[in-house]
Design a protein around this ligand. Structure first.
Ligand code: GLP
Length: 233
């Protein structure tokens, strides 16, 4: 695990954007795993402004988002679909058919999870996956206790995760469930970059740094992977 400590959020975002853009430069058909949340916003802003100049950045790129809420229509302002459209997809030349997000409104959610795994496999697997970090150590929506070999599935969100994401649901109807890639799905990515910033993540970052691996702390699964960078600020 390679640790990069940046002086501030801007520097972290710049470094993350460089990693993403250089990876596309090396492989224009790269398959990316992408996060939502506040942390990657600065990275996406920088990627979008660079791609606006070069405008073929995402033409052949394939993306798979890590997760999506269940029972939230795509058009809802709190959905990860809306977040990705606003933050990245609408501002780049990605082919919408190549931009995958689990469908939290699918009539059969288990079938949707299996379909998502098949689509990742059919794309050749994830090459490079970016992750945020929950203050309880979750990655994607894999909460403490998740087995490291878990796959894409429906999960219940913890109260702390629901509270952290409540600002995106001002009507108070914060989703209780989500579809998430499993830890095993994430660990199959050839390369992983974890981004973490801010006081609310300090304890989780310190715990990750200890090198202890435990299902109580989902991010610690990353210690079992050969190619992980952790960017902190
Ligand atoms: C959510 C997402 C995670 C994200 C985490 C941290 O729970 N499902 O993928 O990493 O929040 O979010 P933030 O970056 O807003 O702190």
């Amino acid at each position: 695990m390679i640790w990069q400590t940046h002086p501030d959020y801007a520097a972290l975002s710049e470094a993350a954007a460089q990693i993403l853009l250089e990876a596309i430069g090396r492989n224009p058909r790269i398959v990316l795993g992408l996060p939502t949340g506040r942390t990657p916003v600065g990275m996406y802003e920088r990627v979008v402004s660079t791609c606006a100049r070069e405008y073929t950045c995402f033409r052949d790129v394939v993306t798979f988002n890590l997760d999506e809420y269940d029972g939230i229509p795509r058009e809802h302002r709190g959905s990860y679909y809306t977040f990705m459209r606003r933050t990245l997809f609408d501002a780049t030349d990605i082919d919408p058919r190549n931009a995958h997000i689990p469908d939290g409104m699918a009539p059969d959610l288990d079938a949707e999870c299996a379909r998502y795994e098949r689509e990742i496999a059919a794309a050749g697997g994830l090459d490079l996956t970016f992750l945020g970090l929950g203050s309880n150590g979750h990655i994607a929506f894999n909460e403490p206790g998740t087995p490291f070999d878990s796959r894409t599935r429906v999960v219940a969100l913890t109260e702390s995760t629901r509270a952290a994401n409540a600002p995106f649901f001002p009507d108070g109807n914060v989703p209780a469930h989500a579809i998430t890639m499993g830890i095993g799905t994430i660990l199959d990515s050839r390369e992983i970059v974890l981004l973490a910033t801010g006081e609310s993540k300090r304890a989780a970052i310190d715990r990750l740094r200890t090198g202890e691996t435990s299902t109580d702390f989902p991010a610690s699964a990353l210690w079992t992977h050969k190619n992980v960078q952790v960017l902190v600020a």
